[in-house]
Design a protein around this ligand. Structure first.
Ligand SMILES: *Cc1c(COP(=O)(O)O)cnc(C)c1O
Length: 379
């Protein structure tokens, strides 16, 4: 019976289609000598800004670097508070701490598990400088409300769109709806490089130039020997940029395939005694992760593993429970804490076929039945 193996994300399958083109990139970059910055980075920055519908894009070395540089150019630092949803990858909060500011963790919406204006509003103090709107699992947060709340309070909005390449809110791309949008191109993201990479997008020229300079030791464009500020080395390299420009041509196709997988899961899981993460009406998700919720999470996960199915948990330990933040005061976070015990991410790849999806559904059906929580259906 155990005939199939379903991996959580099948990157090699995505890359197989691109084999000869990867070879071509390798040749072009190695023969150009433009390894850090240069024409391939310039090209990808144009490509990604155009795709996101923003005026500027600056390539950087990772999503974490994008977040840190964003906070630094907004001059957020010691004494400032930055509101962060507790349900996110730790980088969203670590970036705040790394600039010397204090992350203030907030709870999330129970239907979408995303940060909401209501929670942000309740956490705003005179010290609040910004909010990090995390578009988790691929779904944009409610940016109409978040922007309204942030504007009224006079605070910045930084989007963490590391999981939301190509996702939209009312037709606007994730990353394009705030002061700065941050992306990670970690290999496992919807648009992934062949190593670490990231970018910021913005419509503000001054912000873009400052991020560019700070990512490169504070160098000035007009005079590369002059350093008007201190930065660091957070540059994007040419090989990653060239790979990203190539893979960007496939992003919409891959996201559509992910959507089909998500639709197939949703149709089959509707009768199961589990909950799914809801997608809000104005949102179009990039379906980075397909997250279900059940009280029997750990047991279901084990059963799926024994059927050869890899799953993930995003995230089993919420940020405010992680050691570096454990001493920090925060309001009660009941939704995040409950979700941490119940969320389970099913396999999600653009190349996931119908047979594999059905295999996962059948295994899930058996697992729930054996646990006595499944509804027995007619044979
Ligand atoms: C992946 C991720 C990051 C960090 O990106 P890196 O490129 O790994 O530094 C930040 N935030 C979220 C929500 C992520 O998923």
């Amino acid at each position: 019976m155990n005939t199939l193996r379903v991996s959580f994300l099948d990157l090699p399958a995505m890359h197989r289609e691109l084999g000869p083109e990867f070879d071509d990139i390798w040749r072009r970059v190695t023969s150009s000598g433009q390894f850090i910055g240069g024409e391939f980075v310039d090209q990808f920055e144009r490509d990604w800004a155009e795709y996101c519908g923003t005026r500027y894009c600056v390539g950087v070395s990772s999503g974490t670097a994008a977040l840190e540089l964003s906070l630094r150019v907004l001059e957020i630092g010691p004494g400032d508070e930055v509101i962060v949803p507790a349900n996110t990858f730790i980088a969203s909060a670590a970036a705040v701490a790394s600039v010397g500011a204090t992350p203030v963790f907030v709870d999330v919406d129970p239907a979408t598990l995303l940060v909401s204006a209501q929670h942000i509003e309740a956490a705003i103090t005179p010290r609040t400088a910004a909010v990090i709107a995390v578009h988790l699992y691929g779904q944009p947060a409610n940016m109409d409300e978040i922007r309204r709340t942030a504007t009224a309070a006079g605070i910045f909005v930084v989007e963490d769109a590391a999981q939301a390449h190509g996702a939209t809110w009312r037709g606007s791309r994730a990353g394009s709806m705030s002061d700065i949008g941050c992306f990670s191109f970690y290999p496992g993201k919807n648009l992934g490089a062949l190593g670490d990479a990231g970018a910021i997008v913005t419509n503000d020229y001054a912000i873009a130039e400052k991020v560019r300079s700070m990512s490169n030791h504070g160098r000035m464009r007009e005079d590369p020997h002059r350093h008007e500020m201190l930065g660091g080395n957070h540059r994007l390299d040419g090989l990653q940029a060239a790979a990203l420009s190539l893979k960007l041509r496939w992003l919409d196709i891959w996201n559509t395939k992910r959507e089909r997988v998500a639709d197939a899961y949703k149709a089959s899981l509707a009768k199961f005694p589990i909950e799914l993460v809801e997608i809000a009406g104005p949102a179009r998700s990039s379906h980075h992760l397909f997250v279900m919720q059940t009280d029997e999470r750990d047991r279901v996960r084990k059963q799926l593993a024994s059927a050869g199915i890899s799953t993930g948990i995003h995230y089993p330990i919420p940020c405010h429970r992680q050691a570096p933040f454990a001493q920090q005061r925060h309001s009660p976070l009941p939704v995040v804490e409950r979700a941490a015990e119940r969320v389970l991410s099913l396999p999600m790849s653009p190349g996931l076929g119908e047979a594999e999806v059905h295999y996962v559904i059948d295994a899930l059906d058996r697992a729930l039945d054996q646990l006595g929580t499944g509804e027995r259906r007619e044979p």
